[in-house]
Design a protein around this ligand. Structure first.
Ligand SMILES: C[S@@+](CC[C@H](N)C(=O)[O-])C[C@H]1O[C@@H](n2cnc3c(N)ncnc32)[C@H](O)[C@@H]1O
Length: 246
């Protein structure tokens, strides 16, 4: 990404992976530890998933490093979120103008449904931005469930539970593999859609993949009218897959 400012400082979006601190890449560790300022988003209660995942890494940071929490409540309406991002981007730009390299901690991968996307959009016209990729929740779920995402000629779609019923139904019909993110809060509705599409038996559920409190459900009939946390997803795959090609 190009820069139009005289400052050589860089705004890094750093993926810290899905939860297990050992799933942070060597490059992410190095960039985090060498950054002048580490920024992360907290919820209204002051909790940051990204910061928690990177806490061991941060123990090795240079002594002069500053950490800067930014509170953005995701439950508020779009206009308020936009102005919170505007404000956060202004703070980051001020640091960059002063010559500080800024690392923004992102749960999973920065450019996969990540808050970094909205900050990069605001910062990149005037400053250099670099992305350090991270292991996504979908890859983590696939690994923890020991379930291949795609093989041979299978197609895969990733959708949000916030999509309307028709889009979810059509996706379930047309794609071999489907990952539904933000699943927990919408589980009862998603179970009905899966059932109607005859794909309930093809579905596995995982919350907090690779965290210490990970939970896996492979038989969804056990979950009756239950809701789950935001950090959860459904992975739907075909029941019969061609493991051996003749
Ligand atoms: C805003 S998106 C962030 C995605 C993240 N950037 C990534 O690379 O996976 C949040 C959604 O990702 C999924 N997610 C993130 N981490 C997860 C985890 N450890 N276990 C299960 N789902 C997770 C959930 O569906 C959650 O609602």
């Amino acid at each position: 990404m190009t820069s139009t400012t005289q400052s050589k400082a860089v705004f890094y979006g750093v993926g810290v992976g899905p939860g297990d601190p050992e799933l942070i890449t060597l490059k992410a560790c190095r960039v985090i530890q060498n950054a002048d300022v580490v920024v992360y988003i907290t919820n209204a209660k002051g909790h940051s998933v990204g910061k928690t995942i990177a806490s061991d890494t941060l123990l090795g940071s240079k002594a002069t490093q500053i950490t800067l929490p930014i509170t953005i409540s995701m439950s508020i309406e779009r206009k308020a979120i936009n102005s919170a991002y505007d404000k956060a981007a202004d703070t980051i730009k001020t640091l960059l103008v002063q010559g500080y390299d800024v690392a923004f901690l992102c749960e999973g991968d920065p450019l996969f449904f990540g808050s970094f996307i909205y900050l990069m959009d605001r910062v990149s016209p005037s400053h250099q931005c670099k992305v350090i990729p991270g292991i996504t929740s979908v890859n983590a779920a696939s690994a923890q469930l020991a379930t291949p995402l795609t093989m041979l000629s299978e197609d895969m779609a990733i959708i949000s539970s916030r999509s309307d019923d028709k889009k979810i139904r059509d996706t379930l019909v047309h794609y071999d593999t489907v990952a539904i993110l933000k699943a927990g809060p919408q589980l009862p509705r998603l179970m009905e859609l899966l059932s109607a599409a005859k794909r309930l038996d093809d579905t596995q559920y995982i919350e907090y993949a690779t965290h210490e409190n990970e939970r896996v459900v492979t038989d969804l009939s056990q979950m009756t009218n239950e809701k789950g946390p935001y950090f959860s997803l459904l992975l739907i795959t075909r029941p019969h897959r061609e493991y051996r090609c003749d």
